[in-house]
Design a protein. Structure first.
Length: 220
């Protein structure tokens, strides 16, 4: 009995060290969520968008509309004023973006929290982002969310909510790592499905939104 108790104690210490130094306590919940999704996935959810291959790109076409990542127009305008070199394609994109009409955007009433946005991103990218966030001691923050048009699915699981928002990853000194650390993009859609109405999932962004200066404001 004594040997058994010692063995249990050693096993407990080993599990503790594994969670602390390999997984990281802050990310245990994400791994448990992934395990639950894997173990209890049914045929009706086998087409889960997280398992599908989704190419996150800076420019997409939605219903013949050119949809682009938000431009930090203030930064580029200042660069132009300072006569810095600006690539021609950036100038073209900047001029297009400045002409976009955001007046019809609707602020979302149902949207992810920072933790829910991070969980959706981690669930999609898995260890690649977990390691990035652990290494940088960072967490995801989500900006202003705009209601997006629900998209049809090929696997029968209806969307019940979709929003578009910018995200950033900030370290413990509020240094922004989101714009420079791959694979993170700066804009996504977050979607909820009928089969799992409490969980936000990651998807390609589907509409143009303004650059979120409040999210990315200078911390000083």
């Amino acid at each position: 009995m004594k040997k058994f108790s010692i063995a249990i104690a050693i096993l407990g210490i080993a599990v503790f060290l594994f969670l602390k130094f390999v997984i990281g306590f802050k990310h245990v919940g994400f791994h448990l969520r992934d395990l639950k999704d894997y173990l209890f996935a049914s045929e009706s959810t086998s087409g889960d968008p997280i398992q599908a291959t989704i190419a996150v790109v800076d420019t997409v076409r939605v219903e013949n509309q050119l949809v682009e990542s938000p431009y930090d127009t203030l930064m580029w305008v200042n660069a132009i004023k300072n006569k810095e070199y600006i690539p021609e394609d950036v100038l073209e994109g900047l001029n297009r973006y400045k002409k976009k009409d955001f007046s019809k955007l609707v602020l979302a009433k149902d949207f992810p929290t920072d933790k829910e946005a991070e969980a959706a991103i981690v669930a999609y990218y898995q260890n690649e982002v977990v390691k990035l966030l652990q290494r940088e001691r960072a967490h995801i923050q989500i900006g202003t969310c705009y209601t997006a048009k629900l998209q049809p699915t090929s696997y029968g699981d209806k969307e019940i909510a979709r929003v578009t928002a910018m995200i950033s990853a900030f370290n413990d000194k509020r240094g922004n790592i989101g714009n420079i650390q791959h694979p993170l993009d700066v804009i996504y859609d977050f979607v909820k499905y009928e089969s799992d109405p409490t969980t936000w999932r990651l998807a390609d962004f589907s509409q143009n939104i303004p650059y979120d200066y409040q999210l990315n404001k200078d911390p000083w």
